[in-house]
Ligand binder design. Structure first.
Ligand code: SAM
Length: 267
Protein backbone atom coordinates (compact mmCIF):
# COMPACT_ATOMS: atom_id res chain seq x y z
CA UNK A 1 0.00 0.00 0.00
CA UNK A 2 1.40 3.44 -0.84
CA UNK A 3 1.33 5.84 2.07
CA UNK A 4 -0.01 9.07 0.58
CA UNK A 5 -2.25 10.93 2.95
CA UNK A 6 -5.33 12.87 2.01
CA UNK A 7 -5.72 14.37 5.48
CA UNK A 8 -3.55 17.13 6.92
CA UNK A 9 -0.59 15.69 8.87
CA UNK A 10 -0.53 16.29 12.62
CA UNK A 11 1.77 19.16 13.58
CA UNK A 12 4.40 16.89 15.11
CA UNK A 13 4.42 14.45 12.17
CA UNK A 14 7.25 14.99 9.73
CA UNK A 15 5.97 16.41 6.46
CA UNK A 16 8.27 14.31 4.33
CA UNK A 17 9.73 10.91 5.09
CA UNK A 18 12.45 8.75 3.60
CA UNK A 19 11.41 7.08 0.37
CA UNK A 20 8.54 9.48 -0.05
CA UNK A 21 7.86 12.34 -2.48
CA UNK A 22 6.49 15.74 -1.57
CA UNK A 23 5.08 17.84 -4.42
CA UNK A 24 5.69 21.42 -3.36
CA UNK A 25 4.38 24.64 -4.91
CA UNK A 26 7.11 27.28 -5.01
CA UNK A 27 4.71 30.12 -5.83
CA UNK A 28 5.35 32.73 -8.55
CA UNK A 29 8.94 33.56 -7.61
CA UNK A 30 9.03 35.80 -4.54
CA UNK A 31 10.43 33.60 -1.75
CA UNK A 32 8.24 35.44 0.77
CA UNK A 33 5.21 33.93 -0.94
CA UNK A 34 6.29 30.39 -0.04
CA UNK A 35 4.13 28.67 2.56
CA UNK A 36 5.69 27.69 5.88
CA UNK A 37 5.09 24.06 4.89
CA UNK A 38 6.98 24.54 1.62
CA UNK A 39 9.98 25.94 3.49
CA UNK A 40 9.89 23.02 5.95
CA UNK A 41 9.84 20.53 3.09
CA UNK A 42 12.77 22.26 1.36
CA UNK A 43 14.76 22.21 4.60
CA UNK A 44 14.08 18.49 5.12
CA UNK A 45 14.73 17.32 1.55
CA UNK A 46 17.62 15.10 0.48
CA UNK A 47 16.96 15.74 -3.18
CA UNK A 48 14.97 18.48 -4.93
CA UNK A 49 13.84 18.11 -8.53
CA UNK A 50 12.85 21.58 -9.62
CA UNK A 51 11.17 23.34 -12.54
CA UNK A 52 12.83 26.05 -14.62
CA UNK A 53 10.54 28.73 -13.14
CA UNK A 54 11.74 28.17 -9.57
CA UNK A 55 13.93 31.12 -8.58
CA UNK A 56 17.45 30.92 -7.10
CA UNK A 57 16.16 32.86 -4.11
CA UNK A 58 13.86 29.92 -3.32
CA UNK A 59 16.46 27.23 -3.99
CA UNK A 60 18.74 29.04 -1.54
CA UNK A 61 16.30 28.10 1.26
CA UNK A 62 16.84 24.37 0.69
CA UNK A 63 18.81 22.04 2.92
CA UNK A 64 22.43 22.91 1.96
CA UNK A 65 23.18 19.17 1.77
CA UNK A 66 20.34 18.51 -0.67
CA UNK A 67 21.06 17.52 -4.26
CA UNK A 68 19.38 19.96 -6.66
CA UNK A 69 18.27 18.51 -9.99
CA UNK A 70 16.96 20.86 -12.68
CA UNK A 71 14.21 19.14 -14.65
CA UNK A 72 12.78 22.23 -16.29
CA UNK A 73 10.50 22.52 -19.26
CA UNK A 74 10.35 25.62 -21.40
CA UNK A 75 7.57 26.30 -23.85
CA UNK A 76 9.77 26.49 -26.92
CA UNK A 77 13.26 25.71 -25.64
CA UNK A 78 15.07 22.73 -24.17
CA UNK A 79 12.98 20.54 -21.86
CA UNK A 80 13.40 17.43 -19.75
CA UNK A 81 11.02 14.80 -21.17
CA UNK A 82 8.18 13.90 -18.78
CA UNK A 83 9.18 10.20 -18.79
CA UNK A 84 12.65 11.15 -17.63
CA UNK A 85 11.24 13.30 -14.81
CA UNK A 86 8.99 10.43 -13.71
CA UNK A 87 11.94 8.03 -13.83
CA UNK A 88 14.12 10.29 -11.69
CA UNK A 89 11.46 10.88 -9.03
CA UNK A 90 10.90 7.12 -8.70
CA UNK A 91 14.65 6.42 -8.68
CA UNK A 92 15.39 8.85 -5.83
CA UNK A 93 12.40 7.71 -3.78
CA UNK A 94 13.44 4.06 -4.25
CA UNK A 95 16.89 4.98 -2.92
CA UNK A 96 15.13 5.85 0.35
CA UNK A 97 15.67 9.61 0.04
CA UNK A 98 13.34 12.43 1.05
CA UNK A 99 12.34 13.78 -2.35
CA UNK A 100 10.83 17.20 -3.04
CA UNK A 101 9.35 17.77 -6.48
CA UNK A 102 9.36 21.55 -6.58
CA UNK A 103 6.99 23.13 -9.09
CA UNK A 104 6.42 26.77 -10.03
CA UNK A 105 3.20 28.30 -8.65
CA UNK A 106 0.74 25.65 -7.50
CA UNK A 107 1.54 22.02 -8.33
CA UNK A 108 -2.08 21.35 -9.30
CA UNK A 109 -2.29 23.95 -12.08
CA UNK A 110 -0.79 23.13 -15.49
CA UNK A 111 2.03 21.21 -13.84
CA UNK A 112 1.69 17.56 -14.98
CA UNK A 113 1.01 16.55 -11.36
CA UNK A 114 -1.26 13.64 -12.22
CA UNK A 115 1.28 12.04 -14.52
CA UNK A 116 3.92 12.13 -11.80
CA UNK A 117 1.54 10.79 -9.16
CA UNK A 118 0.57 7.95 -11.52
CA UNK A 119 4.26 7.03 -11.92
CA UNK A 120 4.64 6.91 -8.12
CA UNK A 121 1.48 4.91 -7.58
CA UNK A 122 2.66 2.34 -10.08
CA UNK A 123 5.65 1.75 -7.82
CA UNK A 124 3.70 2.02 -4.56
CA UNK A 125 5.64 5.11 -3.48
CA UNK A 126 4.03 7.49 -0.97
CA UNK A 127 3.45 11.15 -1.79
CA UNK A 128 1.91 14.31 -0.45
CA UNK A 129 1.10 17.78 -1.86
CA UNK A 130 1.92 21.23 -0.52
CA UNK A 131 -0.05 23.84 -2.49
CA UNK A 132 1.50 27.12 -3.63
CA UNK A 133 0.42 30.59 -4.75
CA UNK A 134 -0.50 30.31 -8.41
CA UNK A 135 0.60 32.86 -11.03
CA UNK A 136 -2.97 34.15 -11.51
CA UNK A 137 -3.16 35.18 -7.86
CA UNK A 138 0.19 36.95 -8.05
CA UNK A 139 -0.82 38.67 -11.30
CA UNK A 140 -4.07 40.15 -9.97
CA UNK A 141 -2.28 41.19 -6.78
CA UNK A 142 0.20 43.09 -8.98
CA UNK A 143 -2.58 45.15 -10.55
CA UNK A 144 -4.64 45.63 -7.38
CA UNK A 145 -7.52 43.58 -8.71
CA UNK A 146 -9.64 40.62 -7.79
CA UNK A 147 -10.17 37.50 -9.90
CA UNK A 148 -13.89 37.50 -9.06
CA UNK A 149 -16.02 40.56 -8.41
CA UNK A 150 -19.65 40.65 -7.40
CA UNK A 151 -21.66 41.98 -10.30
CA UNK A 152 -18.88 41.43 -12.85
CA UNK A 153 -18.03 37.75 -12.96
CA UNK A 154 -19.54 34.89 -11.00
CA UNK A 155 -17.07 32.46 -12.48
CA UNK A 156 -13.44 32.42 -13.47
CA UNK A 157 -11.79 30.31 -16.13
CA UNK A 158 -8.29 29.00 -15.84
CA UNK A 159 -7.03 28.36 -19.36
CA UNK A 160 -3.84 27.40 -21.09
CA UNK A 161 -2.76 29.02 -24.34
CA UNK A 162 -0.91 25.86 -25.24
CA UNK A 163 -1.42 22.13 -25.34
CA UNK A 164 0.91 19.43 -26.68
CA UNK A 165 -0.45 19.81 -30.21
CA UNK A 166 -0.03 23.62 -30.33
CA UNK A 167 -2.35 26.52 -29.48
CA UNK A 168 -5.24 25.39 -27.27
CA UNK A 169 -8.81 25.50 -28.53
CA UNK A 170 -11.34 26.70 -25.94
CA UNK A 171 -15.05 27.36 -25.72
CA UNK A 172 -14.60 30.69 -27.54
CA UNK A 173 -18.32 31.33 -27.94
CA UNK A 174 -19.03 31.44 -24.23
CA UNK A 175 -15.77 33.22 -23.45
CA UNK A 176 -16.62 36.03 -25.84
CA UNK A 177 -19.74 37.02 -23.87
CA UNK A 178 -19.52 40.32 -21.96
CA UNK A 179 -18.25 40.07 -18.38
CA UNK A 180 -16.27 36.85 -18.84
CA UNK A 181 -12.95 36.62 -17.02
CA UNK A 182 -10.11 34.20 -17.69
CA UNK A 183 -6.62 33.70 -16.31
CA UNK A 184 -4.63 32.45 -19.25
CA UNK A 185 -1.39 30.57 -18.57
CA UNK A 186 1.20 30.19 -21.34
CA UNK A 187 -0.81 32.67 -23.36
CA UNK A 188 1.86 35.14 -24.54
CA UNK A 189 2.84 33.40 -27.76
CA UNK A 190 -0.77 32.38 -28.34
CA UNK A 191 -1.98 35.99 -28.00
CA UNK A 192 -2.69 36.58 -31.69
CA UNK A 193 -4.51 33.24 -31.95
CA UNK A 194 -6.62 33.94 -28.85
CA UNK A 195 -7.39 37.46 -30.06
CA UNK A 196 -8.47 36.14 -33.47
CA UNK A 197 -10.67 33.39 -32.04
CA UNK A 198 -12.44 35.72 -29.60
CA UNK A 199 -13.02 38.49 -32.14
CA UNK A 200 -14.34 35.90 -34.60
CA UNK A 201 -16.92 34.92 -31.98
CA UNK A 202 -18.00 38.51 -31.46
CA UNK A 203 -16.07 39.53 -28.34
CA UNK A 204 -15.97 43.29 -27.73
CA UNK A 205 -12.58 44.65 -28.91
CA UNK A 206 -12.54 47.06 -25.94
CA UNK A 207 -12.53 44.14 -23.46
CA UNK A 208 -9.55 44.76 -21.17
CA UNK A 209 -6.64 42.34 -21.39
CA UNK A 210 -3.75 42.68 -18.97
CA UNK A 211 -0.47 40.82 -19.12
CA UNK A 212 1.69 40.55 -16.03
CA UNK A 213 5.16 39.17 -16.65
CA UNK A 214 7.42 37.97 -13.84
CA UNK A 215 4.65 38.53 -11.32
CA UNK A 216 5.94 39.01 -7.76
CA UNK A 217 9.56 39.27 -8.94
CA UNK A 218 11.79 42.37 -9.04
CA UNK A 219 11.44 42.50 -12.85
CA UNK A 220 7.63 42.36 -12.78
CA UNK A 221 6.01 44.22 -15.67
CA UNK A 222 2.38 45.08 -16.41
CA UNK A 223 0.97 45.60 -19.88
CA UNK A 224 -2.55 47.03 -19.91
CA UNK A 225 -4.12 46.34 -23.28
CA UNK A 226 -7.44 45.51 -24.88
CA UNK A 227 -8.58 42.62 -27.01
CA UNK A 228 -8.54 44.72 -30.18
CA UNK A 229 -4.99 46.03 -29.72
CA UNK A 230 -3.44 43.03 -27.97
CA UNK A 231 -1.05 41.72 -30.66
CA UNK A 232 0.22 45.18 -31.50
CA UNK A 233 0.66 46.22 -27.85
CA UNK A 234 2.49 42.97 -27.11
CA UNK A 235 4.82 43.36 -30.08
CA UNK A 236 5.72 46.87 -28.93
CA UNK A 237 6.13 45.96 -25.26
CA UNK A 238 8.60 43.06 -25.75
CA UNK A 239 7.71 41.33 -22.47
CA UNK A 240 10.34 38.92 -21.19
CA UNK A 241 9.87 35.99 -18.81
CA UNK A 242 6.73 34.08 -17.87
CA UNK A 243 3.54 36.07 -18.34
CA UNK A 244 0.00 35.62 -17.15
CA UNK A 245 -2.77 36.99 -19.34
CA UNK A 246 -5.84 38.32 -17.55
CA UNK A 247 -8.75 38.46 -19.96
CA UNK A 248 -11.56 40.80 -18.84
CA UNK A 249 -9.55 42.55 -16.11
CA UNK A 250 -7.78 45.93 -16.28
CA UNK A 251 -5.36 47.25 -13.66
CA UNK A 252 -7.37 49.01 -10.94
CA UNK A 253 -6.10 52.49 -11.85
CA UNK A 254 -6.90 52.00 -15.55
CA UNK A 255 -10.32 50.57 -14.69
CA UNK A 256 -11.26 53.55 -12.55
CA UNK A 257 -9.99 55.99 -15.20
CA UNK A 258 -12.24 54.25 -17.74
CA UNK A 259 -15.22 54.51 -15.40
CA UNK A 260 -14.49 58.25 -15.01
CA UNK A 261 -14.39 58.74 -18.80
CA UNK A 262 -17.67 56.86 -19.17
CA UNK A 263 -19.25 58.95 -16.41
CA UNK A 264 -18.11 62.14 -18.16
CA UNK A 265 -19.49 60.88 -21.49
CA UNK A 266 -22.89 60.23 -19.88
CA UNK A 267 -23.11 63.59 -18.07
C1 SAM B 1 3.56 25.45 -16.93
S1 SAM B 1 2.65 26.79 -16.31
C2 SAM B 1 2.84 26.51 -14.59
C3 SAM B 1 1.84 27.26 -13.75
C4 SAM B 1 2.09 27.11 -12.27
N1 SAM B 1 1.87 25.77 -11.84
C5 SAM B 1 1.23 28.07 -11.45
O1 SAM B 1 0.36 27.62 -10.69
O2 SAM B 1 1.46 29.30 -11.55
C6 SAM B 1 3.75 28.13 -16.64
C7 SAM B 1 3.01 29.43 -16.90
O3 SAM B 1 2.57 29.99 -15.69
C8 SAM B 1 2.61 31.40 -15.78
N2 SAM B 1 3.55 31.92 -14.77
C9 SAM B 1 4.29 31.22 -13.92
N3 SAM B 1 4.99 32.04 -13.10
C10 SAM B 1 4.67 33.29 -13.45
C11 SAM B 1 5.04 34.59 -12.98
N4 SAM B 1 5.90 34.75 -11.97
N5 SAM B 1 4.49 35.66 -13.59
C12 SAM B 1 3.61 35.52 -14.59
N6 SAM B 1 3.21 34.33 -15.07
C13 SAM B 1 3.74 33.23 -14.52
C14 SAM B 1 3.05 31.73 -17.21
O4 SAM B 1 1.91 31.85 -18.01
C15 SAM B 1 3.85 30.51 -17.55
O5 SAM B 1 3.96 30.34 -18.95
Amino acid sequence: MSQHSTTAPAKTESLIQCGMVCFVGSGPGDAELLTVKAVRALEAADVILHDALVTDEILALANPEATLVAVGKTGFGPSTPQDEINRLIVLYAYAGLRVVRLKGGDPAIFARLDEEIAALELEDIGWTIVPGVTAASAAVAAIGQSLTTRGRNASLRILTGHVLEGFAEQDWRSLSRPGEVAAIYMGKRAARFIQGRLMMHGADPTTPVTLVSNASRPDQHVLASSLGTLSQDLAEAELHGPALTLYGIAPRAAASALTEIRKQEVS
